[in-house]
Design a protein around this ligand. Structure first.
Ligand code: PLP
Length: 287
């Protein structure tokens, strides 16, 4: 079976899928994206992801080229055609194609919309969660509008590559005051010695992760104490547990930060039970 992608109104073979060389996403990173989990043939938290997509687009003054209902139909079609039971669906919208010039093109071109989907091996995710992952810390060198989910991810790419070269899976980015902002592609959490869940407020310095939002609700429903406040690298290293969240990993325990084991150096009960219960609190849209 060959993979299929949606590109600007057409379903095409993934291998042949292409956009123009003067697409502003390609030239300027002038575009936004979303990634949703697919689990048991359902898209997880689709409405929240599409709400955030709308917000990202409006911050950049890009007009979504199709209705939410039509986009949902495309997402389901791409997921189904690629026979994805468990995996990810990716949506990207850029300002479109125009002669290279920094100013917004006038008249505005039609924004470019691309949708892809791929399968992931759920057993591998579970195996990683049972082992836990290592993270390294790096200075946060990103721009100030990381609340917008733009395709301009070069600092994230460099930080995550540094993590890989150091034998870790994720890089925790650290602001000038020594506080962890978030991971290169995940939100960061710790559990304090007295059992409080701590994660940075989403008002500044991080992307408001959908998994983060849903997990906050799940934690509240479980009666857990949550503190939305910044935490330092030192506090994280001394924490009882640490974990990261994202649509691509759900809740992933962190067992090492730089050279320091977290807690007992194994995934802890908070992370594992939040991971186990997450989908009960999520919205499921069948593909
Ligand atoms: N932070 C960053 C920088 C991300 O790139 C992502 C996901 O891609 C997240 C956080 C987690 O967001 P979500 O839970 O919506 O996947």
């Amino acid at each position: 079976m060959s993979r299929l992608a949606y590109v600007n109104g057409r379903y095409v073979r993934h291998a042949d899928a292409a956009v123009h060389i003067e697409d502003r996403g390609y030239q300027f990173g002038d575009g936004v994206y979303e990634v949703c989990e697919i689990r048991d043939r359902a898209i997880i938290d689709l409405d929240l992801h599409l709400d955030r997509l709308d917000r990202s687009l409006s911050e950049l003054r890009i007009v979504m080229p199709m209705s939410r209902a039509a986009l949902t139909a495309v997402l389901r079609e791409v997921a189904r055609e690629n026979r994805v039971r468990d995996g990810l669906v990716y949506i990207q919208v850029t300002r479109g194609v125009a002669r290279r010039d920094h100013y917004f093109p006038v008249p505005a071109p039609r924004p470019a919309l691309v949708v892809t989907a791929r399968s992931l091996d759920r057993r591998k995710g579970e195996a990683a969660a049972n082992e836990g992952i290592a993270v390294i810390t790096r200075p946060d060198e990103r721009w100030a509008r990381v609340d917008i989910k733009t395709t301009g991810l070069l600092p994230n790419v460099l930080a995550k590559q540094a993590a890989r070269e150091a034998g870790a899976r994720e890089a925790w980015l650290v602001d000038r005051d020594g506080y962890v902002t978030e991971g290169g592609s995940t939100n960061a959490w710790i559990v304090t010695a007295d059992g409080a869940l701590v994660t940075r407020p989403a008002e500044r310095g991080i992307l408001r992760g959908i998994t983060r939002t849903v997990l906050l609700k799940a934690a509240e429903a479980a009666g857990l104490r949550v503190e939305e406040r910044p935490f330092t690298v030192a506090e994280a290293k001394a924490a009882r547990e640490a974990f990261v969240t994202a649509a691509s990993t759900i809740v992933m325990p962190v067992v090492r930060i730089d050279d320091a084991p977290v807690g007992a150096g194994r995934p802890g009960p908070f992370a594992l039970s939040l991971r186990g219960g997450f989908h009960e609190h999520a919205q499921h849209t069948p593909i």
